[in-house]
Design a protein around this ligand. Structure first.
Ligand SMILES: Cc1cc2nc3c(=O)[nH]c(=O)nc-3n(C[C@H](O)[C@H](O)[C@H](O)COP(=O)(O)OP(=O)(O)OC[C@H]3O[C@@H](n4cnc5c(N)ncnc54)[C@H](O)[C@@H]3O)c2cc1C
Ligand code: SF4
Length: 561
């Protein structure tokens, strides 16, 4: 069961390990979920290996903050560097749907400027594609999820949303009040991939605020409920509890399949004509580094030495404000209002790029941790703060941290339960990042005060991960080309958040899924050429709207011209 209304029947289809499937996808998360659906619908034999479980949302999920930790990738990792990232819970997903199961579902697009950061600002990198290439995929995925939001969204490339915005919760009202007092435009009710009305076999949001715990209701989009059911109907196999350990390179310089462990620790090898790694920004480079072999001693597809480098997280400080009147920040999706007024480079600032301010609605356990971090509250003091929970509102800033070569995933000497070397993640903030975070923090605190908060405190943290297998036109400085094909191996692709060259101040999930739909269209347009030839056709594929999951694009829903 996927929520109270959707039902899928397992096993849908099972390929034998010795059968050579067309596409083998490692990781069935945000990108992997879209890929497996598109490729299966186009008629390919597809298997997705997923390290975590296939969720039965009725049986496995609870509307309880403490009970949701199984949704996260909590396997061991080592963190380091001058400004280490907190890894584990609240970081990466595990299980079918991946991070889209626990995301808050904010779905802003990147801005046109994000694709040319180096050209415009002399920092970071340019993408090998521009906004106009990804734009039709944004529009398409916004209908497939679908995304609710205002009829007019003014920032970046201005656009509107086909599905109406959500009503405001207490935190959204605080953001509106603070921004309005300072003449800062604010978007209300989205963009967020949460149903503002019932849609197909999914019910609308009931505003109970457990979005990051998985949304047992099924109103929040995750590939588990939006794309995976259609993938199964179209003949794909999703193999849960299957931990990929190594991508195998054949004698002809092409990959031949993937070694993996099942839930009992038995080893298998699934043969495939082509492999797509979609394990996200830490596990993707880890798997390719663990796949080092003769000819690729520093990691498979790593002739550039770039694999693992340019890992990014966004600055994600949480600003908390206490109000005299109750706010009740749990009553609404955490994601429901934001401003991108400070997103672009402003010559008046002493740094490049910018930040966004968004609503967040921490539930009590997250709030307690924030009070410990922000106010050093403990013992009776912490209890007093907790009793005051209903009077607090929280805004999150999303600040663009630039890609730096020393922010890097490498292999630690430590091993996991399968005997695989775990990821070591080094992270350091640089001068531009420090300046940007200072300004973003002060501005967000000012907005909170303007909203009427009598006490304002903050917790420094990071949000989202991208990069570490970046795309680019130059094989010397990037891992994959503009379609996600590795420069080094013609039938090996990477498709997930790890291919971002820069990250903007937008949440990454919509862009990850839009890029996955485009990579799928490319693979479909190439037909058997991907399996048989090393030739790279760099022409853009046609957009295949008809391959969207049934009912998400067609009669009864808004159509794009
Ligand atoms: C608390 C929280 C809130 C967030 N909110 C938002 C938001 O509001 N908006 C937004 O845009 N983004 C949000 N994000 C980020 C978003 O969830 C991720 O950026 C996105 O899901 C990443 O997509 P992906 O396809 O790259 O990887 P994932 O969705 O993480 O998928 C990777 C999958 O690969 C599997 N995998 C990894 N390694 C292996 C292996 N070796 N073998 C087999 N399987 C493997 C994993 O189990 C996982 O299921 C949030 C993240 C967190 C933690
Ligand atoms: S607030 Fe809406 S989207 Fe979030 S968990 Fe509840 S029903 Fe799901």
């Amino acid at each position: 069961m996927l929520g109270p209304l959707q039902e899928v029947h397992l096993p849908a289809r099972r390929f034998a390990d010795h059968e050579e499937v067309d596409y083998l996808i490692v990781g069935c998360g945000s990108a992997g979920g879209v890929l497996v659906q598109r490729l299966a619908r186009a008629g390919f034999n597809v298997v997705a290996l997923e390290a975590g479980p296939f969720w039965d949302t009725e049986r496995d999920w609870v509307s309880d903050e403490a009970g949701s930790h199984e949704l996260y990738w909590e396997d061991p990792r080592v963190t380091g560097g001058g400004d280490p990232l907190a890894l584990g819970a609240n970081n990466c997903g595990k299980g079918v749907g991946g991070g889209s199961v626990h995301w808050a579902a904010f779905t802003p697009r990147l801005h046109p400027s994000d694709f040319q950061v180096y050209t415009r600002d002399g920092v970071g990198a340019d993408w090998p594609i521009d906004y106009d290439i990804i734009r039709p995929y944004y529009e398409q995925l916004e209908l497939e999820m679908p995304v609710a939001g205002p009829a007019y969204y003014p920032w970046g490339h201005p656009h509107g949303y086909a599905y109406g915005p959500h009503p405001m919760g207490g935190v959204g009202n605080a953001l509106i009040k603070g921004c309005s007092a300072l003449n800062i435009p604010v978007s209300i009710g989205g963009p967020v991939a949460i149903l503002s009305g019932s849609h197909g076999d999914r019910p609308h949001c009931i505003y109970r605020g457990f979005c990051i715990q998985g949304c047992k209701v099924g109103a929040k989009a995750s590939t588990l409920v939006t794309h995976v059911p259609d993938a199964l109907k179209s003949g794909a196999e999703i193999r849960p509890h299957s931990m990929a350990s190594r991508v195998e390179l054949g004698k002809n310089g092409r990959v031949t399949g993937v070694h993996y462990f099942d839930r009992d620790g038995n080893t298998h090898f699934q043969r495939a004509k082509a492999v797509i790694v979609s394990g996200y920004a830490i596990e993707t480079p880890r798997l390719l580094l663990n796949s080092a072999c003769p000819g690729f001693e520093n990691g498979l597809a790593n002739s550039s030495g770039t694999l693992g480098r340019y890992l990014m997280a966004q600055a994600g400080n949480v600003i908390l404000g206490r109000f005299d009147q109750p706010v009740r920040m749990y009553k609404a999706p955490p994601a429901h209002a934001l401003t991108e007024e400070f997103y672009e480079t402003d010559p008046k600032n002493d740094f490049a790029r910018g930040f966004a301010i968004q609503t967040v609605g921490p539930l009590p356990i997250a709030f307690a941790k924030q009070m410990v971090a922000a106010k050093k509250a403990w013992g009776w003091g912490l209890r007093r703060e907790m009793m005051d929970y209903n009077h607090w509102a929280a805004f999150g800033l999303l600040g663009e941290i630039l890609p730096w070569a020393d922010n890097r995933v490498t292999l630690s000497e430590e091993k996991d339960r399968f005997g695989l070397r775990v990821a070591h993640v080094a992270f350091n903030l640089h001068e531009n990042d420090h300046r940007l975070i200072k300004k973003a923090k002060n501005t967000t605190m000012e907005v909170m005060r303007a909203a009427g908060a009598t006490e304002v405190v903050q917790e420094a943290r990071y949000a989202h991960l991208v990069g570490a297998a970046r795309m680019g036109a130059d094989p010397e400085t990037s891992v994959v080309d503009k379609f996600g094909r590795t420069h080094d191996v013609a039938n090996l692709f990477v498709c997930d958040g790890s291919i971002f060259p820069t990250q903007g101040s937008a949440n990454p999930g919509l862009t990850i899924q839009a890029l996955a739909a485009r990579t799928a269209d490319y693979l479909i347009s190439q037909g058997d050429a991907i399996f048989l030839s090393g030739k790279r056709d760099m022409a853009e594929p046609p957009l295949r709207r008809e391959l969207a999951p049934a009912g998400t694009y067609g009669a009864g829903v808004p159509r794009l011209k």
